[in-house]
Write a protein that binds this ligand. Structure first.
Ligand code: ZN
Length: 161
């Protein structure tokens, strides 16, 4: 079976920046399981995976505009500390935090910590980076009716209810 419409595919990946520094990897856990075509991964990565079978490996390099966007120097916000999710006991510049916004939870990087607010950079942490995925497709199967209805993959590496 090939990755495409109506399938759930699983894959291990190692994500590197342009200098070869590892940013993320699934190798210490379950492969990532995705219902095809539901924008659960970067569209350009999914396009590169279309038509692949279990056991195939590939390397996909994506410029910022196909990955996590270009950096926006204006993307800064002053956020009340009480709006941070799972906030650490001691906030420090450079820390990643999660901000509760009207559009949902967004990742941000702390620039400056005040008494009641933090100044945060709301660019995606990988914004502006050209990134490379080393991917191994581990499984491709037909999606269940339930998965199609929910819009995500179930089971190992997917969604758990
Ligand atoms: Zn579900």
């Amino acid at each position: 079976m090939h990755v495409g419409s109506g399938t759930v595919f699983s894959f291990h990946y190692l994500l590197k920046d342009a200098e070869g520094v590892e940013l993320e990897s699934t190798r210490n856990g379950e492969p990532h399981a995705v219902l095809y075509g539901r924008r659960q991964i970067l569209p350009a990565l999914e396009t590169a995976l279309a038509g692949k079978e279990a056991g195939e490996t590939l390397t996909v390099t994506l410029p910022p505009d196909k990955a996590y966007g270009v950096r926006d120097d204006e993307a800064r916000a002053r956020v009340p500390i009480k709006h941070l999710q799972n906030r650490p006991a001691r906030l420090q510049p450079g820390m990643m935090v999660q901000v509760n916004t009207r559009e949902g939870i967004r990742n941000a990087t702390v620039i400056k910590v005040g008494r009641f607010n933090v100044d945060a950079d709301t660019n995606h942490p990988y914004a502006g980076k050209t990134i490379t995925f080393d991917v191994e497709v581990t499984d491709v199967r037909r999606a269940t009716r339930e998965e199609m209805a929910h819009g995500h993959a179930h089971g190992a590496g997917g969604h758990h209810h």
